[in-house]
Design a protein around this ligand. Structure first.
Ligand SMILES: Cc1ncc(COP(=O)(O)O)c(C=O)c1O
Length: 336
């Protein structure tokens, strides 16, 4: 199948599996896994932070970051469209007793500074304590403008808030803007990075930040059941991706742009946005169901029923992109 539903659908390559098989391991809850320790040290260095901590998922890494920054009765400012707010089961509130203060995202994914400012509560016992600003980069595939990130994090700092970045796809942002990971992480107190998206591992995310923050995060990770044992097999996959896969993200971005160009030629199809490895498109309502079925018949998986997002990733080739466009053209030439 040509699966464009997400960049999470990639399968580990045999070279990555070899690296996982060969990894020396130990019990990481005891701090004994040499592969985990080396990966965490290496990633911290690349991200320009004091320490890093491996997680099974980005959801857990974000949740634990929020719990490490905030206490019961604190609140965090977050975008309405942010993954941490919208797609993580309300974990901050459910498991962290942290109140989200959502703000409507602007079209470029940013949170307008005046809205952030207005949402910060006064120090008054009637209010939850505003403790944290959480941003996401990339968001909907879009890279947050660098000057915006500096202004937003400066505002947060001036008002006494900590800052967290959901950088599930920060590697895409780094490649798209030719900016180092370190530079993109610099404005934030903590950053969650995912390896199981465009980077192609079967599992694995990591949180980076100060040693004190990571120490608190390690405690919360254990509490939420994320303390893993011989997790060197995961760290080996993440290290392999870091060493070998990051530059390939440029190919995903190029393929997404090429896909958007192909789709834009179809009758009635509107590209609502294309950035990094994602294409968002609007298909005429009457075609959604039959086109979905047609594509599936031709070995193509696309989520058409909700917001139509097509995602390029390392298991999608140039030929796949051309096939998707050709199969769609064939559909529209019959039904257009
Ligand atoms: C922006 C963003 N953050 C966090 C996550 C959560 O990652 P995971 O699926 O590993 O829990 C995702 C997952 O798709 C995501 O897209």
């Amino acid at each position: 199948m040509i699966d464009l539903r997400s960049d999470t659908v990639t399968r580990p390559s045999s070279a990555m599996k070899d690296a996982m098989m060969a990894a020396p391991v130990g019990d990481d809850v005891w701090g004994d896994d040499p592969t985990v320790n080396a990966f965490q040290a290496n990633l911290a260095e690349q991200a320009g932070k004091e320490a890093a901590l491996l997680f099974p998922s980005g959801t857990q890494s974000n949740l634990v970051a929020l719990m490490a920054h905030c206490e019961r009765g604190d609140e965090y400012i977050v975008g309405q469209s942010a993954h941490t707010y919208r797609y993580e089961g309300g974990g901050a509130a459910v498991l962290g007793s942290i109140q989200p203060q959502p703000i409507e995202n602007a079209a470029d994914g940013s949170l307008p500074l005046e809205k952030i400012s207005a949402a910060i509560k006064a120090d008054d016992f009637h209010f939850a304590r505003t403790k944290l600003l959480a941003l996401e980069n990339t968001i909907g595939g879009k890279v947050l403008p660098a000057d915006y990130v500096l202004k937003a994090t400066e505002l947060a700092r001036e008002r006494g808030l900590a800052t967290h970045l959901d950088g599930a796809r920060l590697f895409n942002a780094a490649v798209a803007t030719e900016t180092s990971l370190k530079q993109l992480c610099l404005p934030f107190d903590s950053v969650s990075l995912c390896f199981s998206k465009g980077m192609g591992t079967p599992i694995g995310s990591a949180l980076v930040g100060s040693q004190a923050l990571i120490d608190r995060a390690r405690r919360w990770r254990k509490v939420v059941g994320g303390g893993m044992r011989q997790s060197g097999i995961i760290a080996a996959a993440c290290q392999y991706a870091l060493d070998h896969h990051m530059a390939d993200l440029a190919d995903d971005h190029r393929r997404a742009a090429r896909l958007a160009e192909g789709l834009a030629r179809l009758p009635g199809v509107e590209i609502t946005s294309q950035a990094t490895n994602m294409v968002f498109a609007h298909f005429p309502d009457e075609h959604v169901q039959p086109l979905s079925a047609w594509l599936k018949e031709h070995g193509i998986l696309i989520e058409l029923l909700y917001a139509t997002r097509l995602v390029a990733h390392r298991d999608i080739s140039d030929e796949d992109i051309d096939k998707v466009t050709a199969v769609m053209e064939a559909y529209f030439s019959r039904h257009g």
